[in-house]
Design a protein around this ligand. Structure first.
Ligand SMILES: Cc1cc2nc3c(=O)[nH]c(=O)nc-3n(C[C@H](O)[C@H](O)[C@H](O)COP(=O)(O)O)c2cc1C
Length: 147
């Protein structure tokens, strides 16, 4: 489990374009090693104003070649499943050549699902509503990793 809040990457501060892969900073090298070490990943993102939160975009933009062909199962959430965030990620993935797996998983979290901001009443139940898509997505991830 990689939590961007814990990893706490600085806003992109590399002197050269990440596409050159010539990183100057220790924190970038650590992030590179983390992503290089993954056969694939499940990327979980909320939708903020029709897109993804800035720290996720920053974490993607900090690297480049490391994402190439990386199988990614996308799980978005929001009041309407975060599908606009997923669309934006699809565009970004085309540029960085990441392998976006289908199906994507879109979890709708309504006000009734929350006890208060940041706290879900029944997290397992909420995720369980998307069980079929999650199972299909996980199968796609397994197959992509085995290939
Ligand atoms: C700044 C901001 C913008 C948001 N914009 C959207 C939106 O465009 N569509 C949507 O469905 N939900 C939107 N939401 C609701 C979030 O997706 C929802 O609250 C989600 O649970 C936030 O996840 P987090 O608590 O992990 O940040 C927004 C929330 C915030 C804080």
């Amino acid at each position: 489990m990689l939590d961007l809040a814990e990893i706490n990457l600085p806003w992109l501060d590399e002197p050269k374009m990440p596409a050159k892969g010539d990183y100057a900073h220790e924190h970038t090298l650590r992030w590179k090693q983390t992503i290089d070490g993954l056969d694939g990943l499940i990327m979980v993102s909320p939708q903020y104003n029709g897109s993804i939160p800035a720290p996720l975009k920053n974490a993607i933009d900090t690297l480049y070649g490391e994402w190439e062909n990386k199988p990614i199962l996308l799980v978005t959430y929001g009041f309407r499943g975060g599908t606009l965030a997923a669309e934006h990620l699809e565009t970004v993935f085309k540029i960085i050549k990441a392998h976006l797996l289908e199906p994507r998983v879109a979890i709708t979290a309504t006000d009734e699902d929350r006890i208060e901001a940041g706290t879900l009443a029944d997290p397992a139940g909420l995720v369980g509503r998307s069980r079929a898509e999650l199972d299909a997505g996980l199968r796609a991830l397994e197959e992509a990793i085995r290939r």
